[in-house]
Write a protein that binds this ligand. Structure first.
Ligand code: HEM
Length: 504
């Protein structure tokens, strides 16, 4: 009896204690929500109320693969600056993007948000995620010479080898029915970047198949995007990591071990020509070098950044051209009228096609291959961005899809109109109000794309050779290809089926 009383007493005590904890928890959440909504320094910034009190709406959009479209819709509704979470802001204006990404005297570069750019899978930092400027400068100084105009011209024979192979393989396969151009472009750009980085191709074009490492890296990109989104909720992140530990670890091992093996092989064998690793492996002084782990982490970025992005551009450009026959006709006319024979097409001669340049700019604007933006953190005493004072601790971002699709930045922003980029006498008054600097597919500032010159050379060469050699027709199944795609930092592209008719 006495024991029963004691146990019911302790049971009651337990219940009331847990009630107090829950009550206090609820009060804390309510107080925090009220603070975020009314008293927080960002409380006057426009945005949905749910976003002012919680990061969950943005997270849900990220997990669903809709983040850029979600942000775009918020900006169309609320304006150029939107509060996307209790302590995060999104900007759509190009001047704000400059303030955010480019360094100015007296205004040092903002650091990348470590939640979005976590340490690489091998535990080291790469050129993309290095949190401190000194490390990033060290990597970039070593690698920069490999991306100069001169270096890219020296690499032309490698690029040409694979473009020749692509044309040959497409001719072999054209009669077999519609071809998936997403796959063909991915295989080509992976083979090119594999050879330019490691002096070794991945053999994708030869085998008409993705290399297993590429598949593993793709899976990891998606996981990293989702897990870094969870960074604001460490407990939930831990639970997810615990539940999926085996799967995540297996994918991590697969991608890091393969990169390590590629770097080891490259170091132990004699390179036939200078490649990107030739620059990374230099030890110029005791301060100018990269550790083996930094080289491995950076190699993954070079391969992924240097292939997937260009393949996305080529797929999107093909799709938009096929959906706009008059643009296609004009471009094909410029290409076939400009070259008598295929051998005349090279990295220098493709620069002489003005309509091609306009088409490329417009395809990069309407479908930027990297859709994340480059989220940064404000530190110190805060920073003025877009005309407001942003307090320390705020995550700020100008998403590249948002800036280039904003109706405030471009007239007919959702239409594919290469003529908006015409200059001089040809400048079209319809587009006078376009803010061209809002199209920033390669980002800005010190941490912009190191490979943009190579990307341009590759994109022009492949597109021109493709349209010189083939007449194209979009398969009915791909007529809405660009709509409804998911995005996990990179576009999750579905097959783009195109019928190819070789030009005699
Ligand atoms: C159409 C093609 C391409 C586009 C649109 C593109 C876009 C971008 C963007 C937006 C960034 C900044 C990302 C961020 O801050 O999170 C970036 C960085 C980078 N890109 Fe590209 N890229 C392209 C092609 C290439 C190529 C061909 C390479 C060659 C290897 C390359 C290598 C890199 C590297 C290494 C970085 C990190 C640079 C740094 O942080 O210093 N990219 N790229």
């Amino acid at each position: 009896m006495g024991f029963g009383l004691a146990s019911s007493l302790s049971g009651n005590t337990l219940i009331s204690a847990s009630g107090i904890v829950m009550g206090l928890g609820t009060i804390t959440i309510i107080c925090k929500a009220v603070y975020n909504l009314i008293f927080h320094p960002l409380s006057k910034v426009p945005g949905p109320r749910w976003n002012a009190i919680s990061s969950i709406p943005l997270l849900l959009a990220t997990f669903a693969g809709n983040q850029p479209f979600y942000l775009h819709d918020l900006h169309e509704k609320y304006g150029d600056i939107v509060r996307t979470g209790p302590d995060s802001l999104s900007f759509a204006d190009p001047d704000a993007a400059k303030e955010l990404y480019a360094e100015r005297p007296g205004a040092p570069e903002l650091r990348k948000d470590p939640l979005v750019y976590p340490v690489s899978l091998n535990g080291s930092f790469s050129i993309l995620n290095a949190p401190n400027h000194a490390d990033h400068n060290r990597y970039r100084r070593l690698l920069n010479p490999g991306f100069s105009d001169r270096a890219i011209r020296d690499q032309e024979s490698v690029v040409k080898l694979y473009v020749d192979l692509l044309m040959q393989r497409l001719r072999e396969n054209a009669a077999r029915g519609p071809q998936d151009m997403v796959a063909w472009f991915n295989w080509t750009t992976f083979d090119i970047i594999g050879d330019l980085t490691f002096n070794q191709p991945f053999g994708c074009l030869e085998k008409s198949a993705y290399h297993p490492w590429i598949t593993a890296v793709f899976q990891m990109v998606k996981t990293v995007v989702i897990m870094s989104g969870m960074g604001r909720y460490p407990l939930v992140k831990r639970i997810i990591l615990f539940v999926f530990k085996k799967k995540i670890e297996a994918a991590r091992m697969k991608s890091t071990e393969f990169t390590k093996a590629m770097v080891d092989h490259r170091v132990s064998s004699k390179a036939e020509r200078i490649d990107f690793l030739s620059y990374a492996l230099q030890q110029k002084s005791d301060k100018e070098f990269m550790t083996r782990e930094e080289i491995e982490a950076t190699s993954t970025i070079l391969i992924l950044g240097g292939s997937e992005t260009s393949a996305t551009f080529l797929s999107a450009a093909t799709y938009y051209l096929l959906n706009h026959p008059h643009v296609m006709q004009k471009l094909v006319g410029e290409i076939r009228g400009g070259f008598q024979k295929e051998e005349d097409i090279n990295m220098l001669t493709v620069n002489q096609l003005p309509y091609l340049q306009a088409v490329i700019k417009e395809a990069l604007r309407i479908f930027p291959p990297v859709t994340l933006g480059s989220p940064r953190v404000v530190e110190g005493h805060g920073k003025a961005i877009g005309g407001i004072m942003v307090p320390s601790g705020t995550t700020v971002n100008a998403n590249f899809y948002v800036t280039s699709r904003s109706s405030r930045n471009f007239v007919d922003q959702d239409k594919f109109l290469p003529e908006r980029w015409f200059d001089g006498d040809e400048r079209d008054p319809r587009f006078e109000t376009d803010k061209r600097s809002a199209s920033i597919p390669f980002s800005l500032g010190r941490r912009d794309c190191i490979g943009k010159n190579l990307a341009h050379a590759e994109m022009r060469l492949i597109l021109v050779r493709f349209l010189f050699n083939f007449d194209l027709e979009l398969d009915e199944r791909s007529k809405d290809w660009a709509h409804g795609l998911k995005v996990f930092s990179l576009w999750e592209k579905t097959p783009l089926l195109v019928k190819l008719k070789p030009v005699a």
